[in-house]
Ligand binder design. Structure first.
Ligand code: ADP
Ligand code: MG
Length: 255
């Protein structure tokens, strides 16, 4: 007990036209403040469902989610959500896109506006604030989407396959950028991905889910020396392979 996030016996059954679909069986875990957790599992096992439940978008069929000890009921202000698609609005400038979350939450105050501009400055997008999304590269678009998510100051960041749509090179360098931003902003992160390498390169712990209905198969602590702790450096460390092989062997993707 005492983590910033507790997922407590969460299960989800969808009512579909052809009957019930059990997406999640019974998932429990805790996340400490400032921790970076990845959840990996085969495609269709229920990862996005789990994140939607943590965000408060869906109410689970059984179980509960607690943030700082309070039960999540409905969309929570403490979480920010980032998806594979950056969802930037093409007709709005980068700055106006970054303000969007603040507008929706009626938080467009001078203080929050300044914080948003600070983020743009710190993370190399301030010179592009008056440009439109179509004028940015894929990696810059995702960084803009991240800054928009951070602008409302969520305590916990939820990333759902946030890098999968990008080409390999962009993905590798963006994960390095994003990792540094999230550490510097001291965010707690739950990232869902089917990419084991991505999970190992960024996380303190990796939670492996079974195939649908998902339950927790195993949890792995991941640690690298302090001076080799960025995603790119981790990928070059000999231990990286070791973690990869261990987790790969547990993933139910083998036919
Ligand atoms: P993942 O993100 O791991 O690929 P999802 O959480 O998206 O998995 O989906 C898990 C299962 O639940 C899939 O079989 C999917 O078809 C089903 N599912 C997801 N959302 C819904 C929904 N809104 N209604 C009915 N079935 C759904
Ligand atoms: Mg998904």
């Amino acid at each position: 007990m005492g983590g910033v996030l507790q997922v407590d016996g969460v299960g989800q059954i969808y009512q579909a036209a052809n009957g019930e679909i059990e997406a999640i069986k019974e998932i429990s875990f805790e996340v400490e403040k400032g921790e970076f957790i990845s959840v990996v599992g085969p495609s269709g096992c229920g990862k996005s469902t789990l994140l939607s439940i943590i965000s408060g978008l869906y109410t689970p069929t059984v179980g509960s989610v607690y943030i700082n000890g309070s039960k999540v009921c409905g969309i929570s202000r403490e979480t920010g959500y980032m998806l594979q698609n950056d969802n930037l609005l093409e007709w709005r400038s980068v700055l106006k896109n970054v303000y969007l979350g603040l507008e929706i939450r009626r938080m467009l105050t001078p203080e929050y506006k300044n914080y948003a501009k600070e983020l743009l400055k710190n993370y190399g997008l301030y010179d592009f604030k008056d440009k439109y999304p179509s004028q940015l590269s894929g990696g810059m678009r995702q960084r803009a989407a991240l800054i928009r998510t951070l602008a409302v100051r969520p305590e916990i960041l939820l990333l759902d396959e946030a890098f999968s749509a990008l080409d390999y090179q962009t993905r590798i360098s963006l994960t390095d950028d994003v990792y540094k931003i999230l550490k510097r902003e001291k965010k707690t992160v739950v990232m869902v991905t089917h990419d084991i390498s991505e999970a190992i390169s960024m996380s303190d712990r990796v939670i492996v889910l079974t195939k649908r209905p998902a339950c927790v198969k195993s949890i792995h602590n991941v640690s690298f020396p302090d001076n080799e702790d960025f995603p790119l450096q981790r990928r070059n460390n000999p231990d990286f392979r070791r973690y990869f092989n261990k987790i790969w062997g547990e993933l139910d993707v083998h036919v």
